[in-house]
Ligand binder design. Structure first.
Ligand code: DGY
Length: 320
């Protein structure tokens, strides 16, 4: 009998087809994530679960899955999964690293450019018919060329952002728990303390995973240390920034602007105060959203699942 797999949303066909070669696959085709009770019901029947970052996978859910062996997350981040609970229950958890690095770095840089130069605000102004003349003092932004970029987190995506920054002659410093001396040499970047990053950078881009240590890493105190012209970019996870503190800092001119691809919670409420500010660009968590990358993520999630169901160690296992 074929193993059973539940996929919690429609993912690119290439991943679904791959899984169908070896498993009986059921896909939740709703536009929104399956409600908790649906997930609790579906997990009872399956050997494998392909989850998304919008699904909370905790011990209770794992216990409902009597035959569950593999949880293949369709994302590089896996903060939606209680990893300790999975490990205690002997469940394999996998993610999709590497394939979305460059696409995510592209979007981090797009946000950086758009935010520094008021691209979205100026576009709105133009469409609203407000362009009356060439203005010497309107939409004056921050130069990217030659500015200092601070990266908090220097894994694959942080490195890929640093590579792009070189093309703009930016001076790049990074903080990470681990020093990467090879990348320092290759990319001409410097290791620095968090405080140096906060106090010296013109642009700060976040590339740390969400953990109990990084939750609200950017808060009132850290924002106060930043330069008045500082622009903060978040393509990592929303809760790394305390949004109330960020709002205050943007309104009071403590920092210049923010570019966010992620929020806390997601989706944010429609009348979120940050949406009223012209010095904020907000996107609906689309950093990995290119056709090629989402296809690669789907294939990788399928391959991880298949290996786990065969009793092999999946290529992208995140627990041991
Ligand atoms: C991830 O993979 O963790 C991104 O946030 C979505 O692709």
């Amino acid at each position: 009998m074929k193993p059973r797999v539940f996929i919690t949303r429609l993912i690119p066909d290439i991943g679904i087809k791959k899984l169908q070669e070896v498993a009986e696959v059921k896909v939740w085709s709703g536009e929104l994530p399956p409600p908790r009770e649906v997930l609790m019901q579906e997990v009872k029947e399956v050997d494998g679960l392909v989850s998304l970052l919008t699904d909370k996978i905790d011990g209770e859910l794992m216990d409902a899955g009597k035959n569950l062996k593999v949880i293949s997350n369709y994302a590089v981040g896996f903060d939606n999964i209680d990893l300790d609970a999975a490990t205690q229950r002997g469940l394999l958890v996998t993610n999709t690293p590497g394939v979305l690095t460059e696409t995510t770095a592209d979007l981090a840089f797009a946000l950086l450019l758009a935010t520094a130069r008021s691209v979205v605000w100026a576009d709105k102004f133009t469409r609203e018919g407000k362009w009356k003349t060439w203005e010497p003092l309107k939409f004056l932004g921050q130069d990217i060329y030659g500015a200092q970029l601070g990266l908090l987190g220097f894994g694959r995506i942080g490195c890929a952002v640093a590579k792009r920054a070189r093309g703009f002659d930016m001076k790049v410093k990074y903080y990470d728990l681990f020093r990467n001396e090879q990348a320092e040499k290759e990319l001409g970047v410097e290791y620095a303390s968090i405080d140096e990053i906060l106090t010296q950078s013109d642009f700060i881009s976040l590339h740390v995973p969400l953990t109990k240590d990084t939750r609200h890493l950017i808060n009132k105190d850290s924002l106060k240390k930043m330069k008045k012209n500082a622009v903060i970019i978040n393509t990592a996870r929303g809760p790394i920034i305390n949004e109330d503190d960020l709002y205050e800092a943007l309104v009071n001119g403590t920092i210049w602007a923010a570019g966010l691809d992620v929020m806390d919670p997601e989706p944010p409420r429609a009348d979120h105060p940050l949406f009223k500010l012209d010095n904020v660009v907000v996107l609906p968590h689309i950093a990995s959203a290119s056709i090629a990358t989402r296809n690669k993520m789907a294939l990788m999630a399928a391959e991880n699942m298949i290996a786990g169901l065969r009793g092999e160690i999946p290529p992208n296992l995140v627990n041991t």
